[in-house]
Write a protein that binds this ligand. Structure first.
Ligand code: NAD
Length: 428
């Protein structure tokens, strides 16, 4: 076996051993093998954009045994840009090994990357995620999976099945819902779970952002290429910003509330400032009220608009006080604020890669799959409620038959959907 093959074999074998409860007996051997320098963890990136390039840098910063060996993107210009960008970093010298034959473009690039690596970083627009995730788990390749993980309910159902398969095979899935790897958020949510604010009576979260990029149109591009280059503005690719961006906010509250799916949601939204057709079919603002079986509510809102108030925060009200998650602070009967111990850093994007590669070296498997799917579904559920103007239950939404993402992809036409009109757009 080549180093890489044996490394992959080791990672898989030790994960299996972990599940069998015998990992401790074998761990010493595995760790020694790694410390002796014989182990290289071969990493590939699918989706060479801003986040993917960042994730690759964080993976490479997670240890000198991490080598980047394959890059894939829909477009070769993106692959080349990422290769160039990462190669400039002296800290990665000798560990970026991506010759022309391991640079892949097109809709099948993900398969080529996954077939060449031990760990894949999935960072394309989320419409493609269910397909990419499934292929990686089928191949037994460990995964860093950016959020959100789908844009429609069939996609979420596929991801739920895939993450269950990953659990059975001890394939690691670390989610890009990065707040879960932030020490400050872990500390404040830990305090809430210990009872520092008493019983939770109400929650609120918001994500109010400015405008985002638009990459224009080139006459040489097909409609498919145009939409993919401007994926934020098309629901089948991004899920709308309620799913794509606000999922972070929904995920934080879901975490606080123990990751129990809400019973129902009623939402409203529309587009009032960002109405130019170049902004595809997404809304620019939403307001959502989620409700759980015990009557607890989450008031959530999100907006993308220029020249308007921006901010991101989350408030948890309890019978003995309140918590603010962004500042990691509790006031009331308990007054407490998170302080990072001197000398420690808390870059959540780095923390998640440190956790992923740390687990692989120890032969342990991490599976963040269920919460990443459920929090994505909260966004999709609220979007469907706002688009249709109807209150929806979790079961209705999760079982929705509305499929936004095509079964197959081609460089020609692309899905065309009108902007939804509440009261007219039907829930399917
Ligand atoms: N965790 C976070 O805080 C965070 C921050 C930013 C973005 N993200 C997420 O990361 C993902 C990527 O976002 P981004 O900002 O990097 O976008 P981006 O547009 O910069 O990058 C996406 C890349 O994927 C490529 N791509 C599109 N379709 C593809 C396909 N089918 N196969 C292969 N490559 C394909 C694009 O060409 C592009 O290079 C999104 O899901 C986004 O929500 C997460």
């Amino acid at each position: 076996m080549s180093d890489s093959t044996s490394r992959r074999h080791f990672v898989k074998q030790s994960a299996t051993l972990a599940s069998a409860g015998v990992v401790a007996a074998n761990l010493g051997v595995a760790s020694r093998a790694h410390a002796a320098g014989s182990g290289v963890i071969r990493v590939g990136l699918v989706g060479c954009g801003g986040r993917g390039t960042g994730a690759a840098a964080q993976a490479l910063s997670a240890g000198s045994d991490v080598h980047l060996v394959a890059l894939g993107d829909a477009f070769m210009d993106k692959v080349e840009a990422t290769a160039k960008n990462l190669s400039r970093n002296k800290a990665f010298e000798g560990r970026i090994d991506v010759p022309a034959e391991r640079r892949f473009a097109g809709f099948d690039a993900f398969k080529n990357v996954i077939d060449n690596v031990d760990v894949v970083l999935l960072a394309t627009p989320p419409g493609f995620r269910p397909q990419h995730l499934k292929y990686a788990v089928d191949k037994g390749v460990h995964i860093f999976c950016e959020k959100p993980v789908a844009t429609d309910a069939p996609g979420v159902r596929s991801v739920l099945a895939t993450v269950e398969e990953a659990r059975k095979k001890n394939v690691t899935i670390v989610s890009g819902l990065c707040y879960r790897y932030h020490k400050a958020k872990n500390a404040v949510i830990g305090k809430i779970h210990e009872g520092a604010i008493g019983d939770i009576v109400s929650t609120e979260t918001y994500y109010w952002a400015g405008g985002l990029w638009h990459r224009g149109r080139d006459d040489k591009w097909s409609e498919m290429e145009y939409q993919m280059r401007n994926w934020l503005y098309f629901t089948w690719l991004s899920g709308d910003h309620l799913v794509e961006q606000h999922v972070h906010s929904l995920d934080k509250i879901a975490w606080v509330l123990g990751d129990k799916p809400p019973a129902k949601v009623k939402s409203m939204g529309g587009r009032i400032a960002r109405t130019d057709p170049k902004y595809g079919n997404i809304y620019d603002h939403f307001y959502n009220v989620f409700e759980w079986d015990n009557g607890l509510r989450l008031h959530s809102s999100c907006r993308q608009a220029v020249n308007c108030k921006t901010g991101v925060n989350d408030y948890i009200l309890g019978t003995k006080g309140k918590a603010e998650l962004q500042s990691a602070e509790i006031t009331g009967e308990t007054n407490w604020k998170f302080r990072l111990p001197r000398g420690e850093s808390d870059n959540m994007y780095q923390n998640e890669h440190d956790a992923l590669f740390g687990a692989l070296r120890k032969g342990e498997a991490i599976n963040n799959g269920v919460y990443m799917a459920q929090s994505t579904m909260m966004g999709i559920m609220a979007r469907m409620s706002a688009y249709t103007g109807q209150e929806l239950t979790w079961d209705q939404a999760l079982n929705s038959k509305e499929q936004l993402v095509p079964d197959a992809f081609d460089w020609g036409p692309a899905p065309q959907r009108p902007v939804a009109v509440p009261g007219q757009t039907k829930f399917v």
